[in-house]
Design a protein around this ligand. Structure first.
Ligand code: AHR
Length: 492
């Protein structure tokens, strides 16, 4: 049985650039994201480039990661950067109190993070300690990183082996300040934000893009209060939204789930669309000229930690997670006028990871492959579109079976990404592209036998993209036979 859907893409009406930072990543000192995942140290038997594991580095590089957020999350508001600079053997250990009280040796600190970003050619996004740090500490961190002159912190950086300053654009002033970042009210945080951000100076031509710690989910009051009080003092405000069953009790298994759980996941993740719309409506009220950006700097699935001997928040990643990634990225593209950055949680070994490692082994997840297929949208012009498709229902909530996004890149190539979330039914999708002469179409498909299919160290190629040939050029555009439970990217 095959369903029929229609997409109309207005290739001549694109006016908004999809900020490449929408395809950003998050790397926290949590579980084995940093230690073991990104950083193994120069003396490790695991092959590495200056301490960064080679396999993970190359995999991240392939994604063209535009921005990397660090050091947290909740960790950020308890991180004291001075502990993580200078000769590694002299750095004090710290207890990662947010994530199991694990003792860390601070061998990955400011220099290691900024050097990594340089090697990856991505923007660093620093999350400042506002919860338990001082104004002076954050001010000095910015000076250490960005000052070129003969200033005390620039000299400390030189003493630590780095002559030139790094570039720092994105600076988060606290994280989840309503929770692990200090349990503040929105009103109180507004003043705290003003105090901390005042002293984060712009040294030697470095321009900061300051991001206020924003709301979680539907906390519209948080956005409203911040926009009202500090809307003219920030460049961005964040939003966190996890596809998660709740904060108490089991969050469900990453790999063992039934059809009902799957439908819940899709309907839950799609809630972000309306949420973003409502946060943007509040921002529009206070900032009609669209000067403040919305940064969804944490998002993704949050399941129970994988059973067995695993580090904190380590979870497997199935074709279901790939759908969550694909649907969210399509939505973020749609709001590209206001949404300028997002950071999926997290890049390695934590939550909806791109990459999983165990000792020397590494595997790429289905979510990784979605990011690799979707990276063509980075920096391209968003093309408005309409989708008409049948719906599925979870608990009286209806959602469309077909979801899509389209963009035109600087070479004039049109990229279309589409999903068929139906587990059983293929979709014949008619794509109308008025005023476009199509001469060639190439495609990739990500699917698998079952929705719980996933890649393991033993079987790493269960869910991997394949060449897709079932798109035919017509007089008005394309017809595409989209198999059940599949994610497709097309290039015209
Ligand atoms: O990504 C894991 C955690 O989720 C982050 O540390 C925190 O900001 C959020 O609650």
């Amino acid at each position: 049985q095959t369903g029929a859907s229609k997409i109309t893409i207005h290739a001549d009406q694109g006016k908004t650039q999809i900020s490449k930072e929408i395809y950003g990543q998050f790397s926290e000192h949590l579980g084995s994201c940093i230690y073991g995942g990104i950083w193994v140290g120069e003396n490790s038997p695991i092959p590495n480039i200056k301490g960064y594991r080679t396999d993970v580095f190359n995999a991240i590089k392939e994604l063209k990661v535009p921005v990397l957020r660090w050091p947290g999350g909740c960790f950020a508001d308890e991180y004291h950067w001075m502990d993580g600079v200078g000769p590694r053997e002299k750095r004090p250990t710290i207890s990662n109190n947010n994530w199991g009280g694990v003792i860390e040796d601070n061998s990955f600190g400011t220099n290691e993070f900024f050097n990594l970003c340089e090697m990856l050619d991505c923007e660093p996004y620093l999350s400042g300690n506002v919860g338990s740090g001082t104004v002076e500490e954050l001010a000095k961190w910015v000076e250490y990183i960005t000052s070129a002159g003969n200033s005390p912190m620039a000299n400390l950086r030189r003493q630590n082996g780095r002559e030139k300053p790094w570039k720092l654009k994105y600076l988060g002033v606290g994280n989840e300040s309503w929770g692990c970042g200090g349990n503040m009210t929105a009103q109180f945080y507004s003043d705290v934000y003003k105090r901390y951000s005042t002293y984060c100076r712009e040294y030697d031509g470095n321009k900061l893009f300051k991001i206020a710690s924003g709301a979680s989910d539907v906390d519209y009051n948080w956005t409203e209060t911040l926009m009202k009080n500090i809307g003219n003092k920030m460049e961005g405000i964040s939003l966190h939204y996890y596809t998660c069953k709740g904060w108490e009790g089991s969050k469900g298994s990453a790999t063992k789930f039934d059809k009902n759980d799957y439908l819940w996941t899709i309907s839950k993740t799609l809630e972000i669309d309306d949420m973003i719309k409502k946060h943007i409506a509040i921002m529009d009220k206070y900032d009609p000229k669209n000067k403040v950006a919305l940064m969804v700097d944490e998002w993704g699935t949050w399941w129970d930690q994988e059973p067995g001997n695993h580090t904190a928040l380590y979870q497997q990643n199935t074709l279901r997670d790939a759908f969550v990634a694909a649907l969210n990225l399509n939505i973020f593209n749609k709001y590209a006028e206001r949404v300028k950055m997002t950071n999926i949680a997290q890049v390695v070994n934590v939550l909806q990871a791109m990459i999983l490692t165990e000792g020397p082994k590494m595997v790429l997840t289905p979510t990784y492959h979605v990011f690799n297929m979707y990276k063509v949208h980075m920096g391209a012009t968003y093309l408005p579109l309409e989708v008409t498709s049948d719906s599925l229902t979870y608990n009286k909530t209806k959602f469309p079976i077909v979801n899509a996004s389209a963009s035109k890149d600087s070479k004039g190539l049109i990229h279309i990404t589409l999903t068929n979330v139906d587990l059983d039914k293929d979709q014949k999708v008619t794509i109308d592209l008025p005023n476009v002469k199509i001469t060639k179409v190439e495609g990739k498909i990500l699917t698998a036998k079952t929705i719980d299919s996933h890649n393991t160290f033993e079987n790493p190629n269960v869910v991997v993209p394949a060449v897709f040939k079932d798109a035919k050029i017509t007089k008005t555009g394309l017809t595409v036979n989209v198999p059940a439970k599949s994610i497709i990217s097309l290039e015209l």
